[in-house]
Design a binder for this molecule. Structure first.
Ligand SMILES: [Zn+2]
Ligand SMILES: [Zn+2]
Length: 387
């Protein structure tokens, strides 16, 4: 296990890669320039097993250790940006209007490249490291698609690890927990079907706006009155559309939102209960609802033994006190969940300091965090694949 000083000499070069990626953000699966950049860098480190075009623009590259045969572990970085107009005012701000690396995936990609360079030089481990660069994390499908395209089987990956930066946590600190670490994500759409008419004669109509407003309040009561208060559960109504004029009661109102949870039994409950509440309120006024509920991303669940390996790697780098191994799970979703369903592994958070939050136009990955992320990957490999 090496302390962070061993990785600081890489920082300047990795920061240059990060700035290049930041200036050239790409979205979802269309990561053509990003993937080319990553593949060329990997080849320049002397890595000769590089497979591109997985899940469209994903990459898996293999580095063999020099300490003999052993298992293969996967290290995953996400590469995609967000459809946001950047307002960070950094010299390396996005050159593509309306697109920016607002979640720090430029930092994640650069850190895994930095670790790849180090590991390809030193090869101080047994077995094999599989570097997994995935597209479309924000879309929530890239990780799933890489698993569906068989990367775990094809490359013999037996354990898999992920990392994400965390604004608000000091640079040089890590957070993780065993078990659920990020919530599951479902979305829903409701159409309240009323009866439109003149705004001056509400008694001749069935007003979907008033009914919709009561449904929204009813859904919040579902959270506070029908779910065990010890179980984290969120229903957020995030869209509401109805009407076009001052003097018309519209025919329909559309309500959409998202559901987040840590307990695996809650999506089934939510799907049933949201419909019951919405239907009950609507029918009470002579209206009805159409309802669509979609289970999108599973809960991200860390495995116990791999969480221990991750904690050891981070503590070896920054000391015991700088690694919180009992963080409270977050409610945001993460498509690394699909990789953790396929293989045991662990996902860890890396401090990004007092920056704007992820997905904010002023956000930027903190370059000071680079050697911590690189060092974490190297320690993890040398620990998990020690001779
Ligand atoms: Zn994000
Ligand atoms: Zn992200």
């Amino acid at each position: 296990m090496r302390g962070v000083e061993a990785f600081k000499e890489l920082t300047e070069e990795v920061a240059e890669w990060r700035h290049y990626l930041h200036e050239h953000p790409e979205l979802e699966y269309a990561l053509y320039n990003t993937a080319t950049f990553v593949a060329e860098k990997l080849a320049s480190f002397g890595i000769n097993h590089i497979e591109t075009g997985i899940a469209e623009t994903g990459i898996v590259a293999l580095i063999q250790g020099e300490l003999g045969d052993g298992p293969t572990i996967g290290l995953r970085a996400d590469m995609d940006a967000l459809p946001i107009m950047e307002a960070s005012n950094k010299p390396w701000s996005s050159k593509v209007p309306g697109k920016m690396h607002g979640c720090g995936h430029d930092g994640h990609t650069a850190m895994l490249l930095g670790a790849a360079k180090y590991l390809a030089n030193t090869r101080n481990f047994k077995g094999t490291v599989a570097l997994i660069f995935q597209p479309a994390e924000e879309d929530g499908r890239g990780g799933e698609k890489m698993v569906q395209e068989g990367i775990m089987e094809r490359f013999g990956v037996s354990r898999v690890f992920g990392m994400h930066n965390y604004p608000g946590l000091e640079v040089g600190k890590f957070m993780i927990c065993s078990g659920p670490i990020q919530g599951g994500l479902d979305d829903f759409d409701l159409i309240v079907k009323g009866k439109g008419g003149h705004a001056s004669t509400p008694h001749h109509n069935i007003d979907p706006i008033v009914i919709g407003a009561q449904i929204i309040v009813g859904l919040q009561a579902l959270v506070s009155r029908c779910v065990d208060p010890r179980e984290a559960f969120v229903i957020s109504v995030t869209k509401m559309h109805a009407g076009d004029a001052y003097n018309i009661i519209p025919q329909n109102a559309e309500i959409s939102g998202t559901v987040r949870y840590i307990e695996p039994h809650l999506p089934k409950f939510a799907e049933k209960a949201i419909l019951q509440v919405a239907q009950g309120i609507a029918r009470g006024f002579g209206a009805d609802v159409d309802f669509d509920y979609r289970r999108l991303e599973p809960i991200t669940v860390n495995h116990e033994a791999e969480t221990r390996l991750a904690v050891e790697a981070a503590r070896g780098l920054v000391g015991a006190k700088a690694v919180d191994d009992r963080m409270k799970p977050g409610m945001g979703a993460e498509d690394f969940a699909y990789m953790l369903q396929a293989r045991p592994g662990a996902y860890i958070f890396l401090g990004n300091g007092a920056t704007a939050s992820v997905h904010n136009p002023a956000y930027d990955f903190d370059d000071d965090a680079l050697p911590y992320g690189i060092g974490y990957w190297v320690n993890l490999v040398e620990g998990a694949l020690a001779a």
